[in-house]
Design a protein around this ligand. Structure first.
Ligand code: ASP
Ligand code: MG
Length: 476
């Protein structure tokens, strides 16, 4: 099969009947040119609604559960009402009812247990994507496209880490080739649910919040597709968040590694794990705006022609810095660090950046605020003996910080680059609290005082002239 295109539509691109219509048109146009497979997210905010419903169910709040279910059904039925008519509408509304009932059954179980087993949560939240796959399929069918809704649970095989599963690529590939390929070769358009999968023995899983991008790249790799297009509501990957930096521009091209670093450091345009499955087969990705499909978007490829240097700056405000410091130089800082990191990895709190000093043997790490309590408890528990005996000082937390990350291939090779960046920040009188330049060569992570974060981002963007070298500018 030649020239297969995998297209993924995110939550806003599926967020209303109008948006689904646009998605349907984009898929249909592409299908007129080449074989296509589509991956969809749930309608915007639906996953949040489903998760909230399960939490309410766990707490025994039946009224809230019922109200949420009503909202869920009405939003999808309203969209169906605009997209379809006649028998197709009746059928779609019937399917909405069936899927909502399926969700209700699990929510009721959660309510009875007073507990949310992760596996049940994963099965339940996938209903959001199943609803949107059903609607897009119905819309396409009505317009003469032979489309088929596919539950990714049949195709994407994962490990059993519920809520944040990792695909088993060989098994997934085998399923995709066996189940999807014949459909596509027959000229059909599979519409696959994003976000979910199942273990080899069929237990439902999900790939983590925002995981539909990842689903799309997993399928693109498993089907040997020649391109992946990710449709969102922005023009592509930008040199900075345009709400912070008015002169931010869309990057014409970035490398896989740059895109992954940007996503990891807070750029919301792509799920951080998206690029990994594509590296081996070098499948190019386009990040495009479904609200302005004529714009080129950003191309994400193994290598780019742009000269090395800083390409974009991201920031994260909701973070906290946790510091550990031994009371005397006799305590092994390395051992403390090792134990702390082990404890952190067991909580699955993500360490966003980390630095250590060799003399005092102190070290600090950055976590998201919503993971702070978990992280702190884990570290304190693991080191309770040392803390109680005052071998190390009490754990210190600074919530008044922000993370800024400057990303670009080959930055380390550019002499004076780091100096320029820090000069720009200090010119704004923003306090730099910690610095981490990973061995990755392409990111400098800088922790600054929270109130100076936006100023620092603007200063770095201007100093490195990111807006001017992006490739094409001025849109947005
Ligand atoms: N619907 C899921 C979420 O909101 C997956 C996605 O949209 O990518 O996390
Ligand atoms: Mg998304």
């Amino acid at each position: 099969m030649k020239d297969l295109l995998v297209m993924k539509f995110g939550g806003t691109s599926m967020g209303s009947a109008d948006r689904i219509e646009v998605a349907g048109k984009l898929a249909r146009e592409a299908l007129a040119q080449r074989p296509v497979a589509v991956v969809v997210s749930a309608m915007s905010k639906v996953t949040d609604l489903l998760l909230d419903t399960l939490r309410r169910a766990e707490g025994g709040d039946n009224a809230a559960v019922e109200a949420n279910l009503k909202t869920l059904a009405e939003r999808h039925e309203a969209a169906c009402g605009k997209l379809l008519d006649g028998a197709a509408l009746d059928q779609a509304v019937g399917e909405v009812e069936t899927l909502v009932a399926e969700f209700r059954r699990i929510a009721n179980g959660v309510q009875m247990l007073g507990e949310r087993p992760p596996r049940a949560v994963d099965e339940a939240v996938a209903v959001g994507e199943r609803l949107s796959a059903m609607m897009l399929t119905a819309y396409l069918s009505r317009h003469g496209v032979r489309a088929k809704a596919i539950n990714a649970r049949e195709v994407i095989v994962t490990d059993a880490v519920f809520g944040n599963a990792t695909p088993l690529m060989d098994k997934t590939r085998e399923r995709a080739q066996r189940l999807l390929r014949p459909l596509i070769e027959d000229g059909m358009l599979p519409v696959v649910t994003g976000f979910n999968g199942a273990t080899a023995d069929g237990r439902p899983t999900t790939l983590g919040r925002g995981g539909s991008d990842f689903s799309a790249s997993i399928l693109a790799a498993a089907l040997d597709s020649s391109e992946l297009w990710i449709w969102t509501d922005v023009d592509g990957i930008m040199t900075a968040d345009p709400r912070i930096v008015p002169g931010a521009a869309v990057l014409a091209e970035v490398t896989y590694r740059e895109a992954a670093e940007l996503a990891y450091n807070g750029a919301k345009v792509l799920h951080p794990r998206t690029l990994a499955p594509l590296v081996e087969r070098k499948i190019p990705v386009w990040s495009k705006n479904s609200f302005a499909p004529e714009r080129p978007g950003t191309r994400i490829v193994p290598e780019v022609k742009a000269p090395p240097g800083p390409r974009a700056v991201t920031s994260m405000a909701g973070v906290a810095l946790v510091s550990l410091e031994p009371n005397s130089a006799e305590v092994s800082g390395t051992r403390i660090m090792g134990r702390a990191l082990e404890a952190l990895s067991a909580t699955s709190a993500e360490v966003l950046a980390m630095t250590s000093s060799s003399y005092q043997q102190s070290f600090c790490f950055l976590v998201r605020k919503d993971e702070l309590e978990r992280a702190r408890e884990a570290v304190e528990a693991a080191l309770s003996l040392e803390i109680n005996h005052e071998y190390i000082k009490p754990v210190e937390v600074n919530e008044n910080v922000g993370l800024l990350a400057v990303v670009g291939e080959g930055m380390r090779g550019k002499a004076g680059m780091a100096g320029e960046i820090f000069t720009a920040i200090s010119r704004e009188k923003v306090n730099v609290i910690a610095i981490a330049q990973g061995s990755s060569e392409l990111t400098i992570a800088i922790v600054v005082a929270r109130e100076g974060l936006d100023k620092a981002v603007r200063a770095v963007h201007q100093q490195c002239r990111m807006g001017e070298t992006a490739g094409y500018t001025g849109i947005k």
